[in-house]
Design a protein around this ligand. Structure first.
Ligand code: AP5
Ligand code: MG
Length: 213
């Protein structure tokens, strides 16, 4: 299965991606996670990306297209399929992805579009906490760790600070529509109501994926 998951910052892409990977065994490719790993390792690309990410801006297309293309070219992708999360995020990236997939002879089978009003997202992002050891994402109120939590074991993302969140939402609202239209024209989009419990969102996604060929 070869899929994209789309949605505004905080829509629940990463949360649902973890569940999709567990159930369907596809490879999760999150450009945000790749950039954060590069930033943590202070690679040249990570240092460059940090200048954009911390402000809430997009990393330039040529950098992002390059890392996604390199990942898609690896052999495990054809074996297991993929779930791209956070890419494409500009129409130019969508065209670059079309080209890469065509070259590799890979078909995209579906686009999961988590639809939620942006007014709900600031609260989601400001309460997000990430477990230092496992990288698992939770929310202080909406999805707290079952066993309770010790603040020191969790961190918050730099770009979840209010100024960056405002910019991220502006940028993604402006860039997102043409991308969805691009995939709608190909008949690939499955709209999923994002303003429901995490398990209910997943149940809708499962139904959409189960209907794919
Ligand atoms: P990226 O890491 O992709 O961030 P994003 O798109 O802003 O999305 P998030 O990861 O913040 O949200 P999410 O939808 O995954 O939500 P989550 O499941 O965590 O990108 C970060 C940055 O990297 C970008 O700003 C850009 O600078 C750069 N970048 C990345 N890709 C790029 C690209 N292609 N081109 C250029 N630059 C790129 O959920 C959020 C919170 O809500 C959590 O606390 C969760 O527990 C909670 N939650 C989830 N679902 C629910 C629910 N149903 N009900 C209640 N709470 C919920
Ligand atoms: Mg995410």
């Amino acid at each position: 299965m070869n899929l994209l998951i789309m949605g505004l910052p905080g829509a629940g892409k990463g949360t649902q991606a973890a569940k999709i990977v567990e159930e369907f065994g596809v490879i999760h490719i999150s450009t945000g996670d790749m950039f954060r790993a590069a930033m943590a390792n202070q690679t040249e690309m990570g240092i460059l990306a940090k200048g954009f990410i911390d402000k809430g801006d997009l990393v330039p297309d040529e950098v992002t297209n390059g890392i996604v293309r390199e990942r898609l070219e690896q052999a495990d992708i054809k074996e297991k399929g993929f779930l791209l999360d956070g890419y494409p995020r500009t129409i130019e990236q969508a065209h670059a992805l079309d080209e890469t997939l065509a070259k590799l002879g890979i078909n995209l089978q579906g686009v999961i579009n988590i639809d939620i009003d942006s007014s709900k997202l600031v609260e989601r992002l400001s309460g997000r906490i990430i477990h230092r050891e496992t990288g698992e994402t939770f929310h202080k109120v909406f999805n707290p760790p079952a066993e309770g939590y010790n603040e020191a074991d969790f961190y918050q993302r730099e770009d979840d600070k209010p100024e960056s969140v405002k910019r991220r939402l502006e940028v993604n609202i402006a860039q997102g529509q043409p991308i969805i239209e691009h995939y709608r024209a190909k008949g690939l989009v499955h709209d999923i109501e994002g303003d429901q419990e995490i398990t209910a969102v997943f149940s809708d996604i499962e139904k959409a994926i189960s209907g794919l060929k």
